[in-house]
Design a protein around this ligand. Structure first.
Ligand code: NAP
Length: 228
């Protein structure tokens, strides 16, 4: 039986990004959902896609008001810090949350960063914490999915090298990090979107491996044992 949530209209902000594209694919598997995707550039839907692309900028409140018209659920995977600057992370998310509140959005799924409150000196961690706090105080029903470092990247140098029998570690060998595979985050976002109950609403959920963080040394061993 379909849940009421799977008949809702969803707006994905950051939909053209590395994770955003995967979120769209996972949402498209949910047949009842109507999906709108926001980008600052004109984007054409691929053949047979049911996605409605709209042009909008998180720094332009009027464009957000239009994009949010008729929307039930907002997903924000956008960021500016990786390729541009922190404007989208700070001003953009503030605009999005404020307009979502005015438009009476029923659920706001926010992609955050694990343990972001512990490093106020790291600008993009701090920006996530500020946005999470705004979201919580807005009163909009929210789910903050806090991702650790992505194991795969747009330029998937780790997987490409592993296929050639090499592992490129980042940083020192012994510090333990949490990682997540973006395909997994995208599937969790889709699950959170259609989840019919209130039990995960107004929660911050840490993503990562069940058996905890891994050092580069441990990752190397793990990958070797799987690929041998
Ligand atoms: N990489 C990691 O290890 C890591 C770890 C934890 C959490 N995260 C989080 O994961 C999320 C997804 O990351 P990603 O790698 O998919 O990002 P990405 O590929 O850099 O994509 C960024 C997205 O943000 C949108 N955007 C930027 N400025 C905007 C603006 N002013 N108005 C509207 N849209 C704007 C871009 O859309 P257009 O250019 O089409 O407008 C694009 O879709 C981010 O929130 C990031 O903080 C990443």
């Amino acid at each position: 039986m379909k849940s009421e949530e799977s008949n809702k209209k969803v707006l994905v902000v950051g939909a053209s990004g590395f994770l955003g594209k995967k979120i769209l694919k996972n949402l498209e598997k949910e047949s009842g959902l109507s999906i709108r995707a926001l980008s600052r550039k004109e984007r054409k839907p691929s053949e047979n896609s049911k996605i409605e692309w709209v042009i909008g900028d998180m720094l332009d409140r009027d464009s957000l008001t239009s994009a949010l018209d008729g929307i039930d659920i907002v997903i924000s995977s956008a960021n500016g810090y990786m390729k541009e600057n922190l404007n989208a992370d700070l001003v953009g998310n503030k605009n999005l949350i404020e307009i979502a509140k005015i438009q009476n959005i029923k659920k706001f799924i926010f992609i955050s960063i694990v343990a972001c409150e512990h490093s106020p000196e790291v600008p993009h961690f701090h920006a996530k914490k500020i946005s999470e706090d705004l979201l919580i105080s807005s009163g909009i029903p929210y789910i903050s999915l806090r991702a650790p470092a992505f194991l795969d990247q747009e330029n998937d140098y780790i997987a490409d090298a592993v296929k050639k029998g090499k592992f490129y570690g980042v940083g020192d060998a012994s510090t333990q990090w949490s990682y997540v595979y973006t395909e997994d985050i995208a599937s969790y976002v889709a699950k959170a979107t259609i989840h019919p109950k209130e039990d995960i609403v107004n929660t911050i959920i840490d993503l990562g491996w069940k058996d905890g963080p891994k050092s580069q040394e441990e990752l190397k061993e793990l990958i070797s044992s799987i690929t041998k």
